[in-house]
Design a protein around this ligand. Structure first.
Ligand code: PAF
Length: 280
């Protein structure tokens, strides 16, 4: 596997692959890789002759400086995992390589970046859109892969691709879970044993909500029950639970006759923020 830290040699590698008629799949990550990331690489490998991953903890998408400082970094392990799964190249630049000048560009996705994550993490999606645009411009991939766990991010990136005419096909890959249902996330590495044991409540609450809504209960009643389920779990705090239209993220009071609905949850295990979702 080739390892690049600079844009120019990485682009030269990609140019060579494309001149040789190869299709390129891109898996953007912030490292601290787990099986969820590996499933993105595997999905890319089934559809492309060359798969490249990127590892870059993007400062502009962190609205909380403490969260950025504490974001787990396991580069050597990540590189070994990517090599093992047969990734062809990894791009792991320093911050100065990606941000050689302070960025003046801000993105506004309207409603898509005002609800849920957008409400509680102002500026987050602008930072995501900025770095993903840079990566799309550097790699010019045929396909790009993202995890379902960050569904709102996927909806934002889909809009970015459509509006800015990035000529690539986007894919999302279903969330990988631990045996007790906890969604795999790089942030799980920061949970202590007690937090890890209780953090499964977010998945349990989502699973309860899915069954309750399928059997005709009201969103408002379900939200109250979700709140009390999380409140009863030591050290856990609910930030939001929403039922939304999966395409435009309209927040729904009523899921009857709605299109495809996705249930989204966010909360804290101690000071560690976790998110998850399930399609209804
Ligand atoms: O999902 C992530 O890991 C990040 O938000 C992404 C897409 C790599 C952009 O930094």
């Amino acid at each position: 596997m080739e390892i690049f830290k600079q844009i120019a040699p990485f682009k030269a590698f990609l140019k060579g692959a494309k001149l040789a008629g190869k299709t390129v799949g891109l898996v953007p990550t912030m490292g601290a890789l787990h099986k969820g990331h590996i499933s993105l690489v595997e999905a890319s490998k089934t559809q492309n002759s060359v798969t490249v991953a990127t590892i870059f903890v993007n400062p502009t998408q962190f609205n909380n400086p403490e969260d950025l400082k504490k974001y787990p970094k396991t580069l050597d392990k990540d590189v070994a995992l990517l090599e093992k799964v047969g990734c062809d190249a990894v791009f792991c630049p320093e911050t100065e390589e990606m941000y050689d000048q302070p960025s003046r560009i801000k993105f506004d996705f309207g409603h898509l970046d005002k609800v849920m994550e957008g409400q509680f993490r102002p500026g987050h999606f602008s930072g995501v859109a900025l770095v993903v645009s840079k990566l799309f411009n550097i790699v010019e991939p045929h396909h790009a892969y993202f995890g379902q766990k960050d569904w709102q991010q996927f909806a934002v990136i889909r809009t970015l691709v459509e509006e800015l005419k990035f000529g690539l096909e986007l894919h999302y890959v279903p969330t990988m879970r631990e045996a007790d249902g906890l969604a795999m996330s790089s942030r799980n590495l920061r949970l202590d044993a007690q937090q890890r044991a209780h953090a499964t409540i977010f998945y349990k609450a989502l699973s309860y909500a899915r069954e309750a809504l399928r059997s005709g209960q009201d969103v408002a009643d379900v939200r109250k029950r979700v709140q009390s389920m999380v409140d009863q779990e030591p050290g856990m705090r609910l930030e939001y639970f929403e039922a939304t239209d999966s395409k435009n993220l309209t927040v729904l009071d009523n899921v009857k006759n709605a299109g495809q609905v996705i249930l989204c949850i966010a909360g804290y295990a101690g000071e560690i923020r976790l998110i998850d979702n399930l399609f209804l």
